[in-house]
Design a protein around this ligand. Structure first.
Ligand code: FES
Length: 115
């Protein structure tokens, strides 16, 4: 799947995410320490848009009930056994952010729990 342009760097608000929709999937874009990360934008707790939360370093804190997720990995940094959020490869060309939706990681359809 090729990378597709989705937003400009300047569109991402400071300390928060930018919610976009690509191929009917809501994705949050985050700009942290000069790098851009893309993670599905639906909180697994109750579905709130994670991009509306506040970044604490690389961790976005869900505005609804405070669940944290590392935007680099999709994992809750306090619960490594939890279900991670799907993330996507990002390529920034000039000021334009591109993502590869075919690079989806942490896909829950292919996740198996350790019991
Ligand atoms: S909806 Fe995100 S913590 Fe509840």
């Amino acid at each position: 799947m090729p990378f597709v342009p989705v937003a400009d760097l300047a569109d991402i608000p400071e300390g928060r995410g930018l919610r976009i929709c690509v191929e009917e999937v809501y994705i949050g874009l985050y700009h942290v320490n000069g790098q851009v990360f893309a993670m599905e934008d639906t909180c697994p707790h109750a579905g709130f848009p994670l991009s509306k939360g506040q970044l604490d370093g690389c961790v976005i804190i869900c505005e609804a009930h405070g669940w944290p997720f590392d935007v680099r990995t999709g994992f809750d940094p306090e619960n490594a056994d939890g279900f991670p959020i799907p993330c996507f490869a990002v390529d920034v060309r000039g000021n334009t952010i591109h993502i590869d939706t075919g690079s989806r990681t942490n896909d829950p359809r292919h996740h198996s729990r350790k019991d």
